[in-house]
Design a protein around this ligand. Structure first.
Ligand code: HEC
Length: 157
């Protein structure tokens, strides 16, 4: 057990020390859902104010896109791939979801569902009209109730 703990403790310092985020950033990483783009967010967004600036903010896809443009103007630096990963990560975790307006493609990334499920939501809208509530949404075949509950403060009906 002691050996395992020691080995774990060594892992971070085995990486390049210069690439280590500040301790406060490391401590807060658990507040960010894991997934593609999180590393890029930590890398590109930690220099000036820390990635925490993103927490507690919900924006539309276009607003996030605009924020990222502003941060690039402020001097944030990342590769094209990192920028698109960050935008996708923000869309997935910190975007407002206009459930009655979003395209199937946007629903797919914002709800993290399979293409068929996103299409089923769009079909449900066109067949029966606007979704009025979270309960309506949960009744669409293939939609996982837990995934909806996890995002419930993000829906705009
Ligand atoms: C070079 C410095 C710098 C870096 C790197 C940086 N920012 Fe900022 N950020 C700022 C400054 C300065 C402000 C406050 C003024 C403003 O809003 O532009 C700010 C404010 C913010 C805000 C609050 C204001 C708003 O528009 O909602 C958010 C959110 C934000 N940054 C997100 C990010 C994200 C995401 C990244 C990584 C892609 C990032 N920042 C990287 C400098 C930076």
């Amino acid at each position: 057990m002691a050996i395992a703990a020691a080995a774990l403790a060594v892992i971070p310092s085995a990486q390049s020390p210069a690439a280590q985020p500040p301790a406060s950033v490391e401590a807060s990483s658990s507040r960010f859902p894991p997934g593609p783009g999180r590393d890029a967010l930590f890398k590109v967004c930690s220099n000036c104010h820390g990635p925490e600036s993103v927490l507690g903010q919900l924006k539309t896809h276009d607003e996030w896109s605009k924020t990222l443009d502003e941060m690039a103007n402020n001097g944030a630096q990342g590769s094209d791939e990192e920028w698109s990963q960050i935008l996708a990560y923000l869309d997935k975790n910190y975007s407002l979801i206009f459930i009655n307006k979003a395209s199937a493609k946007d629903l797919e990334s914002m709800l993290d569902v399979a293409p068929g499920v996103a299409e089923a939501i769009v079909r449900r809208r066109s067949e029966k009209g606007k979704l009025a509530s979270i309960d309506d949404l949960k009744q669409v075949p293939g939609v996982a109730a837990a995934a909806i509950d996890a995002r419930k403060e993000r829906f705009i009906f």
